[in-house]
Structures are given as C-alpha cells and as structure tokens.
Design a protein around this ligand. Sequence first.
Ligand SMILES: O=C(O)C(=O)[C@@H](O)CO
Ligand SMILES: [Mg+2]
Length: 256
Amino acid sequence: MLNFAANLSFLFPTQAFPDRFAAASGVGFKACEYLFPYDYEPDEIQGLLEKSGLKQALFNLPPGDWNAGERGLAAIPTRVQDFAASVETALRYAEATGCQNLHIMAGNADPQSTAMQDTFLSNLSHAAVRLHDAGITALIEPINPTDMPGYFLTEVDQALGIIDAVAAPNLKLQYDCYHRAMVGKDVIAGLELAGDRIGHIQIAGAPGRNEPGTGTLDYAPIFMRLQAMGYDGWIGCEYRPAGKTVDGLNWQAGWV
Ligand SMILES: O=C(O)C(=O)[C@@H](O)CO
Ligand SMILES: [Mg+2]
C-alpha cells in the first residue's frame, strides 16, 4: 500500500484554497501538502485540517519574494538572517498543524559558487538543529532547470552530497520523480541511489506534469520499487490535472 497526499497548490485548481481540503478528503485522500500556508494564520490552517480530517504531510519554508522571482533563501549569502527568520516562521506553522516535513528551497544561485555552497551547508545545519527538537525532518529537492531556470539544486547526486556533508539525522531528500525524469535520468536508479536518505516523494506525469501515467514516465515499476523498498512515507501528488481533478484520479487504482 502506498500513501498518497494531495498537493493542494496543484489539485482542485478551480476551488479556493480553503475549499481544497474538504475536496481532497472527499475523494479519499488522508493527507495534504502544498507550497505555502503563509496567506493564512496557523490556527486557520489547523482548523481546515481538523474539519477535513486530513493530516499535514509537507509544506515549504517561506521562499523570499516569490513574485519578484525568489525561489528560496537557503543558498543566498546576503539572506542568512532572513533565512533564520523563515525557519522560525515555518516552525510555528508546523507545530500548529502537526507537520513533520518541511521543504527548504535553496534559491536561484550558482551551484559552482563556493560562497553559495557554504551558505547552503551552514543554513541547512542551522535549520536541521532547530527543527530536530520539534521532531521535524528538513528536506531538499532537486528541481529541473526547465521548470525553474537558475535554481541552485538540480540533481539527485548533488543533493545527496549535500545531505552527506551536513550529516544531520533529520536532513533528507525530497525526491520528485517528475524532476528526475525531466533532467533525463532514470527514476528507479535515483530511488535506489538515495535509499533511506529519501524523506518524501512527489509524482507527476512527465513531460507534461499532468496525472501520473500520462506522458512517457511509467509509474507501475516505480510504485512496485517503492513497495519493495518498504517506503512508507507520503507520496505527494504534485501534478496539474489535465481536466477535472476527480476525473483524473483513476491512476491510483490498485496502489492505495
Ligand atoms: O516544484 C516542485 O516540485 C516543488 O516541490 C515545490 O515545493 C517547489 O516549487
Ligand atoms: Mg516537487
């Protein structure tokens, strides 16, 4: 059995964000994730979770000024104080919602720059220590450069090197199968390489980022491999429904 979480930033796009919680639970999801909760107070989000019966699987730290193009702060040398503040903000929301996974976005930065690498390592160490006492896992995610040009972290090997260098027990990989496929790498080989350093998984069809199984990426062997690995964490459904969200959920048959 696999545990799928509805990504409410992507699914049910025609509904207002607060209504998406009930919509997801109404079609059988037990948990949700989304990019950012920060337009709402922590207790409002907690109320939506309680009312819908969903668990909170994951969300991201505040990313800086998203509309101005920022995509996280963790590798940006001039934003160290802002990064530390973003950890505290996310912690407040995570504690209110019982969320045990937080995605830390690196930002748009040159992966060859020593200053940016050092900043990323020291910010991740700081965040991991700060989140550890609350029982929260910090996650980093390679994102493909077609969807997010200029983003610091693009490859699974690069992320694993960083996780090993920081060596914090609660720093793990957010393995997004879609991004792995979009950089032309084998998804199952990446799962095997990362092994128990994986803390969270996300899925979408590739290359269109629609329902799993659309496009060229076959999810049956990926799901079988996850079952064989004994992966029992959340799998975030981070895809853009091709039509109505409910009409496209049949890919789950046999896996839940
Ligand atoms: O885009 C993705 O993939 C994510 O998981 C987001 O959290 C980052 O934009
Ligand atoms: Mg993702």
